[in-house]
Write a protein that binds this ligand. Structure first.
Ligand SMILES: *Cc1c(COP(=O)(O)O)cnc(C)c1O
Length: 400
């Protein structure tokens, strides 16, 4: 076995583009950082970002907020989800998703995951009828998009509103429709590890007048909603402005300024991610015991991370692969670990939710191995990563 070692940093993103730094400096020089602090006739960076994001996603309305998790909670509040109400969501997701449901006092109801790492549509139908839930918070976890035509057919038929968590699918699409545009609300994150980077930040899109108005009021617009050029007409706010609480979570001009430049580059960045993804994916072909994830034809994905399965492997062997790769500089995350580690946790570690056994999903979750692909990795780096993983998987598979 070779002893090739990888020395790249899995959490190192690219620098902020120079044009974005200049835009940020201009905001700081102005002293006007708050989104409503604008000169007469000036829209400001935040409203401009919202206009541009609405155009990119072909949405009627967009709202920039403080984080992706805030966007998810705001979406639930805008749909007037009540305390105690069941809300469906993926068993395979990250903690801010059930966390958003808990933040409004609602009850997460977990839906299983398939070997393709998307929500299990058969289980979705079962859980809709068992729980009577009227909202699905759908997480396109790690960028895997379910058959959205089939999913929307099920949800529309059952009167279930869909909120899309697009933290890993900004820039992605299903059958030509931008991710976040099948459901009633789409939510995105602009946190450092996502597809455009403002440290923290989020966006929410919808075509619905009243939902957009409620989301804007919720985000902390006071009575300054006419400044939202990517929002509905002032009449719409008249209907909801006295009944919608202010739950402040605005974005500021500084973050918006650096995001606007990055948004313009998003399409080419997606190509850069996918070239890296394909390099690793090819390098992992025909490894006995390792299952690659088949990507559907209709899915335009963003390969900012890659997953593979070690299906039905005993825990010790999966741990040995993760440890062996780790020693050689390859940072793999295992979703099957009993204790939550860093960003990785299992649905049964969110103990504020009722215990909900999902044996079929447990088999898949136990098998998921995950690796980030920051754009600071070159294509050669990606080939190296695949070679090391191949070696380590083969070495562990061979020993009895
Ligand atoms: C990052 C993330 C979020 C939340 O985004 P923040 O901006 O960190 O609040 C939601 N869902 C998933 C799947 C995420 O990875």
């Amino acid at each position: 076995m070779t002893s090739e070692v990888f020395t790249g940093n899995f959490t190192q993103q690219e620098p902020i583009p120079e044009a974005a730094i200049e835009a940020a400096v201009a905001v700081m020089r102005s002293g006007r950082l708050h989104r409503y602090n604008t000169l007469p006739g000036e829209k400001g960076e935040v409203a401009l970002l919202e206009e541009e994001f609405a155009a990119v996603t072909r949405a009627k309305y967009a709202l920039a907020v403080a984080s992706g998790g805030y966007a998810l909670g705001c979406a639930l509040r805008a749909l007037e989800v009540q305390p105690g109400e069941p809300v469906l969501t993926n068993a395979f997701t990250l903690a801010p998703v059930p966390g958003a449901i808990a933040s409004v006092g609602a009850r997460p109801v977990f839906v299983g995951v398939t070997e393709g790492l998307v929500i299990d549509l058969d289980d979705l139908q079962v859980k809709i009828s068992e729980s009577g839930a009227k909202v699905l918070m759908l997480s396109h976890m790690r960028g895997h998009i379910a058959d959205m035509d089939a999913l929307m057919y099920i949800c529309n038929g059952a009167g279930v509103a869909v909120i899309e968590d697009c933290a890993h699918t900004m820039g992605a699409a299903w059958d030509g429709v931008p991710s976040g545009r099948h459901g009633i609300i789409g939510c995105y994150s602009t946190q450092t590890y996502k597809h455009i980077n403002s440290g923290e930040g989020g966006l929410l899109v919808t075509d619905e007048d009243e939902i957009a108005a409620r989301a804007i009021m919720l985000s902390g617009s006071y009575m300054l909603y006419p400044k939202h050029t990517a929002g509905p007409a002032p009449e719409v706010f008249e209907k909801i402005k006295y009944d919608t609480p202010n739950v402040s979570g605005r974005m500021d001009h500084l973050r918006a300024a650096i995001l606007r430049v990055q948004l313009q580059n998003l399409t080419s960045q997606v190509d850069n991610w996918n070239a890296r993804y394909r390099m690793v994916e090819e390098g992992l072909a025909d490894v006995p015991g390792l299952t690659r994830i088949v990507r559907p034809q209709q899915e335009r994905f963003v390969g900012s991370s890659i997953q593979f399965l070690l299906l039905d492997w005993p825990d010790e062997k999966i741990e040995a692969v993760v440890a062996g790769c780790g020693k050689r500089g390859v940072d793999l995350k295992w979703f099957g670990a009993a204790e939550p580690v860093a960003f990785t946790s299992r649905y049964d570690s969110w103990r504020y939710a009722d215990p909900q056994p999902l044996p079929d999903s447990d088999r898949v979750l136990r098998a998921i191995v995950d690796m980030r692909l920051p754009l600071t990795f070159s294509l050669e780096d990606c080939a190296t990563l695949a070679r090391i993983i191949r070696d380590e998987v083969a070495a562990v598979a061979e020993c009895a």
